[in-house]
Design a binder for this molecule. Sequence first.
Ligand code: 6R9
Length: 651
Amino acid sequence: MSNESLANLLKEERRFAPPAELAAAANVTAAAYAQASEDRLGFWAEQARRLDWAVEPTETLDWSNPPFAKWFADGKLNVAYNCVDRHVEAGNGDRIAIHFEGEPGDSRSITYAQLKDEVSQAANALLELGVTKGDRVAVYLPMIAEAVVAILACARIGATHSVVFGGFSADAVASRITDAQAKLVITADGGYRRGKPSALKPAIDEALTKVDGVEHVLVVRRTGQDTSWTEGRDVWWHEITARQSTEHTPEAHEAEHPLFILYTSGTTGKPKGILHTSGGYLTQASYTHHAVFDLKPETDVYWCTADIGWVTGHSYIVYGPLANGATQVIYEGTPDTPHQGRFWEIVQKYGVTILYTAPTAIRTFMKWGDDIPAKFDLSSLRVLGSVGEPINPEAWIWYREHIGAGKAPIVDTWWQTETGAMMISPLPGVTETKPGSAQRALPGIAATVVDDEAREVPNGSGGYLVLTEPWPSMLRTIWGDDQRYIDTYWSRFEGRYFAGDGAKKDEDGDIWLLGRVDDVMLVSGHNISTTEVESALVGHPSVAESAVVGATDATTGQAIVAFVILRGTATETPELVEELRAHVGRTLGPIAKPKQVKVVGELPKTRSGKIMRRLLRDIAEGREVGDTTTLADSTVMNLIQSQLPPAGSEG
Ligand code: 6R9
């Protein structure tokens, strides 16, 4: 089944050569692959020179105690200096670092010189509040410029930040603060979402009734809403920063100094505190941002639509772009406030040239209709990125045609919180792209697909994605739990990093991601990937989105249950449900035909847009729905359940 279905996926495959103009002036050419494969460590040592080091490293990789890596270990640098000060010193202080666009329509443009002053003041404020190098600071903020300033201020003084999604509940925040033993929390009164102020501080107040050790809460005033106040503990950001000097001398920190902890989005299991350090992380974040987006800092306007609380916000809003001196847009709100063209209005307003977003957003835009982006001038866009999930070929083609004017190359970037930066992706000036494939490991990165016995699979076959060599921005451990780090990532296949994703290599050796292995279904002895069935369903003109799970079945082991959201014009009928089942059967083969197709209005997703199939499995198997703390919208599960007949009454 698996090879056959891949062949089906590829049957209608189209390939797109890089635009000649882009290729001719590309930051990175095909030569990079050859250079890196001849001397991988030499290649990364050269990339490390993209940064300004206070003490240049002489060592590249120390892998004497695997899986605990040290990169550039005898070097010293200040990450915030690299992201801000050095651009000012190079004469680019007047360049815009951040165009902030608030949801209500307020906006503010911040130059690198201003950013340097604000980061220095915030760093001085943290010092005044008793935060020192090695302390942990929790950050719980909306998508506002102060989030970037707060993160860089921590980096500057060597405090390790732990950013927690603004959408997480008090309990989720409390457990993360406790695990990291944070000394200070930076939050805001609230932020704007869907046209109204949404409070943040009450979740911190509640969380702090459950944890010890937090001395101060630094509060950014964003919405001006009423905010309860604990005298002596709470401090207004604007008051304390205003009285600080704009001078702060950045100290050089060791390359392996802990930069941040980020708890994984947690579609399954107890959250893991992923630890990233400084020099190797910044090297790869900077290099990949330069190579994969072909960033020209003098002329490009870059926009990553991720939330700052997700690793994409860390590596591709804060560290990568700012290390590279980029001008970028940060948008606070939702894509449909006040109207469904808000993203395209922002692209037009700022002349965005590089856009980085997620497949879930692209499918939503498809659902809203082609006429919406068509109303705006998107001609500035020259590179389009995708991240977070496999992008199905239909969404890929739509993105290219309706957003990229049929010209802009799409870079489908595979990576994880754990990898810190991009690992598998096309290069926009080099790769002939294939809709739906992340294609090949970036220069300096070693990835392959193996079977159960850790044997590399031949082209045209599927298995598990593994990384076979250490890389500079790799996680160093799970905070406080080295054994769990070993067990989770390095025990499944001896000496190799197990990513937890299924993948296939096509006849050219290009990699196609197939979703989390926990989600793979076993139907009558056949492995079937949720991604492939979902992709087939979304290929039907009536389907906007879908999520597929395997539910325990007495006859087949697991049976395929598909949840679908219909497109605006389609209505649910027994004939349509039958037609969708038949459509999957025709596309992938009869074995992949869903046993049930359930039409729903919404799908449960994390704030970063990943479908929480675990919760759908609970529904499909008639169980009580499990832990929903990482869900973006906690009402979704009730909505889905109310739309469906009780379990057991059908199929
Ligand atoms: C950056 C990020 C990691 C998981 C990863 C995989 C999925 C991310 C993808 C992709 C297919 C892509 N994923 N990018 N799958 N193609 N381009 O998303 O980090 O939140 O830790 O999630 O996301 O399953 O293992 P994180």
